[in-house]
Design a protein around this ligand. Sequence first.
Ligand SMILES: NC(=O)c1ccc[n+]([C@@H]2O[C@H](COP(=O)([O-])OP(=O)(O)OC[C@H]3O[C@@H](n4cnc5c(N)ncnc54)[C@H](OP(=O)(O)O)[C@@H]3O)[C@@H](O)[C@H]2O)c1
Length: 237
Amino acid sequence: MGRSARVVVTGAGQGLGLEFARQWVDAGDQVIALARDTRASTGLVDLAQRTGRQLIMIDCDIGDDASVEAAARTIGSTVDGLEIVVNNAGERGQTEDLDSLDPNVVLRVFNTNTLGSLRMSRALLPLLRSGHGKPPRIVHLSSLMGSIADNQSGGSYAYRISKAGLNMACRTLAYDLARYGVTTAAIHPGWVQTRMGGSAAPLTTEAAVSDMVGTIQQLSIDQSGQFLDRHGEPLPY
Ligand SMILES: NC(=O)c1ccc[n+]([C@@H]2O[C@H](COP(=O)([O-])OP(=O)(O)OC[C@H]3O[C@@H](n4cnc5c(N)ncnc54)[C@H](OP(=O)(O)O)[C@@H]3O)[C@@H](O)[C@H]2O)c1
């Protein structure tokens, strides 16, 4: 039996993020759950009451430099290293067409989805480098809607641009982090029943996260910089 992992999950108040926190806690790992307002999430508060010190909640807005830096300092005063960071937090923006496109919304969604994951990855890198020997991993929740090769429809500019940017950030990070032995990958979770995915989605959060946790546990340095589906199969950029 290896030592348990210390895992950071952003946007852990609901949806896929909350389910990541649940599944890793249930597997015996230590979870540091970040959300804009952790106390407002009954799911997270219930999980914390059930698990005690195995789950640590920290407020963090990934769109804000000072909030991310403060959260990274708090994490650093709580654990002396990390094994896994899941950049899960993200927003859809409005499902805009060209006529209704609001550049301010595009910038806000880019700040959250693209820069949010990048600023979090940079802030937590020193702790990932101090992990206890398990290969450290940074995973970004991306979307096939950010694939340029796969795009066969219009609209959704803010979301598509932000996730294409996230995929590029992931690919670039892979080169910069290779020297530290840190693996990074972008994962498309599938279409999942969450606030963002809606109730018509075919996948439950339990099934999607269970598949992604399996993929993240198996992730190797030769997959670094790849865009993967939830089973770990490569997707076109
Ligand atoms: N569901 C799908 O079908 C699907 C498909 C492809 C990709 N994804 C990706 O999967 C990830 C999780 O999405 P989901 O389906 O679980 O959506 P969700 O239920 O809407 O959850 C999104 C989470 O991100 C958080 N968040 C948004 N902006 C934030 C910010 N600035 N700082 C911190 N947290 C922030 C939200 O916090 P609040 O609770 O405070 O709003 C919420 O916890 C996203 O990156 C999404 O793009 C989802």
